[in-house]
Design a protein around this ligand. Structure first.
Ligand SMILES: Cc1cc2nc3c(=O)[nH]c(=O)nc-3n(C[C@H](O)[C@H](O)[C@H](O)COP(=O)(O)O)c2cc1C
Length: 111
């Protein structure tokens, strides 16, 4: 886990995610990134698949944690790869694989 850059990006990320406007109201976006150029060296021919599985497993942990806190989470697989790369200021070798938004469920009482 690491800081790529700091700043407000919720609204911009909602646009990147095919204009799913509700995303800007989430408390937090967990973004799962990978260095695609290193996957082969580290994991072989199945590297991309393993990276996606890892992102899914980490996202699952967010779902479990949010649920345990009485909050909600929603995985997002619909986004423009290039726009996500530009927004997060990643180079051409890095990519956003998955995003999980978490926060209070609209209309739910406070936990
Ligand atoms: C890999 C993956 C990608 C998803 N992408 C989106 C998405 O882009 N937008 C969205 O609203 N939900 C997305 N979802 C969430 C599913 O739509 C949601 O979990 C499913 O509809 C189940 O709804 P439930 O939480 O009400 O059971 C995604 C879920 C997964 C596992």
């Amino acid at each position: 886990m690491g800081l790529v850059w700091s700043g407000q990006a919720m609204e911009a990320m909602a646009r990147v995610c095919l204009d799913q406007a509700w995303l800007k109201n989430a408390a937090v976006h967990f973004v799962f990134l990978s260095r695609l150029d290193l996957l082969g060296d580290q994991w072989g021919a199945r590297g991309y698949r393993y990276a996606m599985l890892s992102a899914g497993r980490l996202g699952h942990a967010v779902y479990l944690g949010a649920t345990a806190l009485g909050l909600g989470a929603c995985g997002i697989g619909a986004f423009y790869d290039g726009e996500a790369r530009r927004l997060l200021r990643l180079d051409d070798h890095a990519s956003m694989l998955y995003l999980v938004a978490a926060g209070r469920i609209s209309g739910a009482s406070s936990p």
